[in-house]
Design a protein around this ligand. Structure first.
Ligand SMILES: [Zn+2]
Length: 273
């Protein structure tokens, strides 16, 4: 499932392709993947493309078109040549759920599993009310992390909670906890000050490194149509069950934490339990 670096990569890719174009028409092939009024976006200009947590925010001249990729969603643009619409539908028709015709390109939303969506809305208050701090902004201070960790919840569940730190998911939580030497089942309020400091540094560091590599392609994520992220080969612990830890050589194990498949080095990550 795409997380912050993957969504950021999609957003950056779209910024280079769809900004300052008018939406000429919209076709919704699957009502399950569209919330709101499709026709309300018709005739509107795209004046911004941004990210909040794992949401893609397309800023329109009036209101917003918000997207979430969930498991298998893909939002990408295809350059337009005259009279090409039916060809695009034919070429990308598999799992095509929504198609917007812009002035110079088509914006396509494909989603094999159909959990993703596009949604029209007048304001972003509904998002802001449920999302916590963005980890790549200066609001994400050590004090903020210390404050949210004053809880007996397991640290993995806490970091997956979008109302605490927005944008982290299963892959990057495993990576940052390995980096900080924290077992994912550790109660957040039992983590030492030193570990919290390391964790606070590791979160933006790993997210930024992944953004530079254009995200992690694991299962289905791609951007700009079919380009894959290159961070999968840089992962230190996620999806490495049975392979030696890069730090100590202990075999990585897979266990279930917060209802998610979780990768751990029991030697590096046994402290503070
Ligand atoms: Zn280790």
């Amino acid at each position: 499932m795409p997380e912050l670096p993957e969504v950021e990569t999609v957003v950056r890719s779209l910024q280079g392709q769809i900004l300052n174009q008018k939406i000429k028409s919209i076709r919704v092939f699957s009502v399950k993947n569209f919330i709101g009024t499709p026709l309300s976006v018709q005739g509107q200009d795209i004046i911004g493309v941004d990210r909040r947590a794992k949401y893609i925010i397309i800023n329109l001249s009036q209101g917003y078109l918000v997207g979430h990729l969930r498991m298998t969603g893909k939002l990408f643009a295809v350059v337009k040549t005259q009279g090409q619409l039916e060809q695009v539908v034919k070429d990308f028709g598999k799992h095509l759920r929504v198609l917007l015709e812009l002035e110079h390109c088509y914006l396509l939303f494909q989603d094999q599993r159909k959990f993703g969506f596009l949604q029209t809305c007048d304001s972003l208050d509904w998002l802001e009310s449920k999302l916590g701090c963005e980890p790549l902004t200066e609001q994400f201070t050590l004090n903020y992390l210390v404050k949210i960790c004053q809880s007996a919840r397991q640290i993995k569940a806490l970091l997956l909670d979008q109302s605490k730190v927005a944008g982290l998911g299963n892959i990057y939580v495993d990576e940052v906890l390995w980096q900080a030497g924290i077992h994912p089942q550790t109660c957040a309020n039992r983590i030492t000050d030193l570990q919290l400091q390391v964790l606070h540094g590791a979160i933006p560091e790993i997210l930024n490194r992944s953004i530079l590599a254009q995200g992690t392609t694991f299962l289905s994520y791609t951007f700009a149509g079919n380009q894959e992220g290159k961070f999968a080969s840089k992962l230190q612990v996620f999806n490495r069950a049975g392979q030696p830890c890069f730090r100590c050589g202990t075999l990585i194990i897979k266990m279930r934490v917060a209802q998610r498949g979780t990768y751990v080095c029991l030697l590096c990550q046994n402290r503070g339990r």
